[in-house]
Design a protein around this ligand. Structure first.
Ligand code: ZN
Ligand code: ZN
Length: 187
């Protein structure tokens, strides 16, 4: 694959994965779910209630799990024959996805290069990410680029994924998705 195409695929894939993980975090599990509750759901609930609060966290506190996951994906890309500029870009941006998200909430902390990438539209900036925090907070889940969210939201991709998964797993955190059974069980 030509290296520019490889980079574009890596960029699209890391953006999509950021959205998929974010959507799953916002949709499933609750604060009382073992392990996931304290590790992921509680900070997530807090982020939706007070979006700027997590900006106080250090890079390592908000990135250690993404560093591990991205490192693992990079190592796996070698035997799979996928190692290249795209895999490296995916790992670097994936490891820093929470940090990029954090800068969207405190733009004054963002390095010059990140603000430059916002301006030229290669990285997702604060105004774009603000869409996620509007209304039911059920759109614009991807946090890396400004390219995939409009497409996925227009295709109603997350709603289609919910139609497939919510009947199986329930969606205790998404009040807009509660079924009658869920509501009577939790009210
Ligand atoms: Zn969210
Ligand atoms: Zn946010």
């Amino acid at each position: 694959m030509h290296w520019t195409l490889d980079l574009a695929v890596g960029l699209a894939l890391v953006d999509f994965l950021s959205g998929l993980v974010h959507w799953a975090e916002d949709t499933f599990a609750t604060e009382t779910t073992p392990i996931l509750g304290r590790w992921i759901v509680t900070p997530n609930v807090l982020h939706h209630a007070d979006p700027v609060a997590f900006a106080a966290k250090s890079w390592i506190a908000s990135s250690w799990d993404l560093v591990l996951a991205s490192g693992l994906l990079l190592v796996l890309s070698v035997p799979l024959g996928l190692f290249g500029p795209g895999a490296v870009l995916l790992a670097v941006l994936g490891a820093n996805a929470n940090q990029l998200h954090k800068w969207c909430h405190v733009p004054r902390h963002a390095p010059r290069i990140v603000r430059g990438l916002w301006r030229i539209g290669l990285l997702q900036g604060p105004r774009h990410h603000a869409r996620h925090h509007r209304g039911a907070q059920n759109q614009a889940y991807c946090v890396v680029t400004p390219f995939l969210n409009p497409l996925l939201d227009r295709l109603r991709f997350w709603r289609a994924l919910e139609r497939l998964t919510v009947p199986l797993f329930g969606a205790p955190r998404r009040t807009d998705l509660r079924t009658g059974a869920d509501r009577s069980a939790s009210d």
